[in-house]
Write a protein that binds this ligand. Structure first.
Ligand SMILES: *[C@@H]1O[C@H](CO)[C@@H](O)[C@H](O)[C@H]1NC(C)=O
Length: 358
């Protein structure tokens, strides 16, 4: 009796889920804007929302002053407020996808997407070794594979693949492969020339993106590396008067050129899939170079930190952040402020709409 009762409840529950899903799975453009039934996020500290809270690492942001302007306070986000995907979710009317490692990210909580990002992570498995714990892209993909199993159990394999097909996927990686790997003095990667290392990264990235595609991702948005030669952490070590490191920016620009070529190739070779290139360099470089144009007062100096450009020391609980966070492009020595993320998020949204609307 009990068993039958349970079974009926379970059936009713899954019928409801299917119904809910049928309503949710309506991708594409809806009058005023884009809609996706779910959003799956991969990446580094630019988009981590708390996965690193659950691993042993130095790269962690779950205490003040991080999150000082986020409604629920510190969460593990590496900024004062919202990340770029947060801004995107607001525009897409989606909930913020929960961090994969949170114990509550189970069952129905994964139906509208999951965030797998880990601060200090990169494309290369060794990237971020200087921060001890971090989860590389390949492992993030294997976590996504676990989510697929969980979805299969809840809504069935067919519905799961339908859901994934119309869902948004975003990947924000690559900056750490240079900043927290290649350009470090003691990096094992420093034996390579820049072009050899670039080849290694692009080859690895291609195989990872194909795995994600094979698992069911179809709409994949990839952010290029930002102007890492201009971030306060790099300025503190390599700049005399605030001028960006051309050497470091060129590493990013060369990567971005190859990335764009790769994404065009992948889109051509995999019909029914789109690998969207999001330029993360050009506009952010302009915010830094011409802060006043965008309503900022400071382009190169971080709001929270210490040393030159506030770039020598990470934002820490003992450090008092600047009072007017919106005046700064950079929250800390690596990460944009909430105000900068709003500008970037709006740009990503407009780009997605332009590309997916036709
Ligand atoms: C995904 O998980 C299945 C088992 O559920 C396994 O057979 C497969 O190799 C995994 N694929 C990847 C890419 O991890």
């Amino acid at each position: 009796m009990v068993a039958i009762g349970r079974c009926v409840i379970k059936l009713a529950k899954s019928a409801l889920t299917v119904l809910l899903l049928a309503l949710l799975v309506s991708p594409g453009v809806r009058g005023d804007g884009l809609t996706f039934p779910a959003y799956f996020i991969f990446g580094d500290s630019l988009v981590d929302v708390g996965n690193n809270n659950y691993i042993t690492t130095v790269a962690r942001a779950n205490s003040l002053p991080f999150g000082i302007d986020f409604p629920s306070g510190p969460t593990g986000r590496f900024t004062n407020g919202r990340t770029v995907p947060d801004v995107l979710c607001e525009k897409l009317s989606l909930p913020f996808p929960p961090p994969y490692l949170a114990p509550t990210t189970r069952g129905a909580a994964v139906l509208q997407g999951v965030n797998y990002a880990s601060a200090a992570a990169g494309i290369d498995r060794l990237t971020g070794y200087n921060f001890i714990g971090r989860v590389d892209f390949s492992t993030q993909i294997s976590w996504f594979n676990n989510t697929i199993n969980e979805l299969n159990q809840q809504i069935g394999q067919l519905e799961t693949q339908q859901l994934l097909k119309s869902s948004l996927f975003s990947i924000t990686l690559g900056a750490n492969d240079y900043v927290n790997n290649y350009i470090l003095k003691d990096s094992p990667a420093s034996i390579y020339t820049p072009s050899q290392f670039l080849d290694i990264l692009i080859t690895e990235f291609e195989s990872q993106l194909l795995t994600l595609n094979m698992l069911g991702a179809r709409i994949i948005s990839i952010t290029s590396i930002g102007p890492i030669g201009c971030i306060p952490a790099v300025l503190a070590r390599r700049s005399q008067n605030g001028e960006c490191s051309e050497y470091v920016n060129n590493l990013a620009l060369d990567f971005n050129t190859e990335l764009q070529r790769l994404l065009t190739k992948l889109t051509t070779q995999n019909s029914g899939s789109i690998f969207i290139y999001q330029d993360g360099f050009t506009s952010v470089f302009d915010y830094i170079s011409n802060p006043q144009k965008y309503g900022f007062k400071f382009g190169s100096t971080a709001c929270c930190g210490a040393g030159r450009f506030n770039g020598n020391v990470l934002c820490l609980p003992i450090i008092k952040p600047c009072p007017d966070r919106d005046d700064y492009v950079f929250w800390d020595c690596y990460h944009p402020s909430d105000a900068a993320n709003v500008l970037i998020g709006n740009q990503v949204y407009d780009n997605l709409q332009r590309i997916l609307a036709n």
